[in-house]
Design a protein around this ligand. Structure first.
Ligand code: ATP
Ligand code: MG
Length: 400
């Protein structure tokens, strides 16, 4: 049984949210063909039909929009079956001494036992079975065994497992995520997905300055993030000609600003063509030269689409913690350089001036460069945990 998160407060949007969550849960469980998903008004029921509950629950934990969920056992309508099921629940959940109580509801009034009687007798049975683990506390128990006596059977549950929270992916519209191979942008992507944004990844690469492995790394990171979205489109944009031209013609202090302005323009153009509503990136205020407010202003001036920065206020240590939790960290720290690192000047301006940036760009064929980069775009759909890195290649070979 799945409990909805924040979406239950969203008034008339509620139906959209529930339908989307139902779709996302079905997608996340698509390979368990026997599982049935019923997304109702107040709760979702995931009927296992014999499928391993652990495997299903592991997937459910990655679906945004789920506040909590509980394993539920359905048994025949006799007291012996209830006792056995309750015993199983305790065995699964309890290893240290705890307080508990039994709480029964009954909609089938023909059943032989009343709620009070069920509470008392089942409580007594469990105390007998687990004398060293359980004590009763009816006011503030650590665990509650809930029993529901209904027409078609008796349902039992106790454990409440925390879900991923957030909003169902897709309920907030589409955004273009500027994904590098670094630590920050995958975390930013995760946080955007968590707020219900469906993302398409935009990745700039610069062969031969960047390797096949750098591209593969960005794709593999996308595979990690696709766990939360079912699948994610990956858009690779060739950036070599732009970087070479900028490097040749623009004064060194403005290389970075002008390159970033090109990246943003390209991401915006892709958003316009593909109905994206905003651009997301992994910038954190003050982290490096390109991430000062002056710099953001000079770069962002190329568009009036919102540029959203989910990790803006996070410290590096906080970002790393999330990267570890979502399993992107170990990939991010692999030493395949992406296109920015290769062309980063030794001392970029931390307070670039918008007028100068515009002036230097006046020396370049901006439209032509954009057009050729967009012609070289390749798009592919990446699924959860899809692998791209060549495991046999020596990680350090590239460093030599
Ligand atoms: P990250 O760890 O996300 O790479 P970073 O701290 O290394 O971040 P930068 O390299 O300055 O910072 O990049 C800032 C942001 O610009 C990135 O978070 C990402 O959103 C975007 N970006 C940088 N390089 C690329 C790239 N090759 N392709 C797509 N987006 C990029
Ligand atoms: Mg980077």
């Amino acid at each position: 049984m799945v409990r909805y998160g924040e979406l239950s407060t969203k008034g008339h949007n509620k139906k959209n949210f529930i339908d989307r969550l139902g779709t996302n849960v079905r997608k996340a469980l698509h390979d368990f063909t026997d599982v049935k998903v019923h997304a109702n008004q107040d709760r979702m029921h995931v009927i296992l039909n014999g499928v391993d509950s652990e495997a299903v629950m592991k997937r459910l934990k990655q679906v945004f929009g789920i506040q909590t969920f509980s394993p539920v056992l359905k048994v025949d309508k006799n007291f012996g079956a209830v006792c056995e099921a309750a015993k199983t629940l305790i065995e699964k959940q309890v290893s240290q001494p705890v307080t508990f109580k039994v709480e029964t509801k009954r909609s089938d009034h023909n059943f032989e036992m009343g709620t009070f009687e069920m509470n008392r007798q089942l409580g007594g049975y469990l105390l007998e079975q687990f004398p060293d683990l359980l004590t009763v506390d009816v006011h503030n128990p650590a665990i509650e065994i809930r029993v529901e006596i209904r027409g078609n059977g008796i349902y039992l549950m106790s454990e409440i497992i925390k879900g991923a929270g957030g909003l169902p992916v897709g309920t907030a519209g589409k955004g273009m995520m500027m994904l590098s191979g670094g630590i920050d942008s995958p975390v930013a992507a995760y946080l955007a997905l968590k707020r219900g944004v469906s993302l398409e990844m935009v990745h700039f690469y610069s062969p031969p300055y960047t390797s096949e492995q750098a591209l593969a790394k960005a794709k593999e990171l996308t595979g990690k993030l696709a766990r939360y979205a079912g699948s994610i489109r990956f858009i690779q944009v060739p950036f070599t000609e732009i970087q070479e031209t900028v490097k040749e013609k623009v004064p060194e202090g403005y290389l970075m600003t002008v390159q970033r302005r090109f990246m943003l323009r390209l991401a915006v153009e892709l958003a316009n063509r593909r109905k994206g509503l905003a651009i997301f990136n992994g910038e954190s205020l003050g982290q490096v030269a390109s991430q000062t407010m002056e710099s953001m202003r000079a770069i962002e001036a190329v568009t009036n689409l919102p540029v959203l920065r989910p990790v803006l206020s996070y410290d590096k240590t906080e970002i790393i913690k999330i990267a570890e939790d979502i399993d992107t960290y170990n990939l991010s720290i692999l030493p395949y350089e992406d296109c920015c690192t290769v062309f980063t000047p030794p001392s970029p301006k931390t307070k670039p001036n918008l007028e100068k940036a515009t002036k230097y760009e006046g020396w370049l064929d901006v439209d032509g460069l954009m057009e050729r980069a967009l012609k070289g775009v390749k798009i592919e759909e990446i699924h959860a945990d899809q692998e791209f890195l060549n495991q046999n290649e020596d990680v350090f070979a590239e460093l030599l």
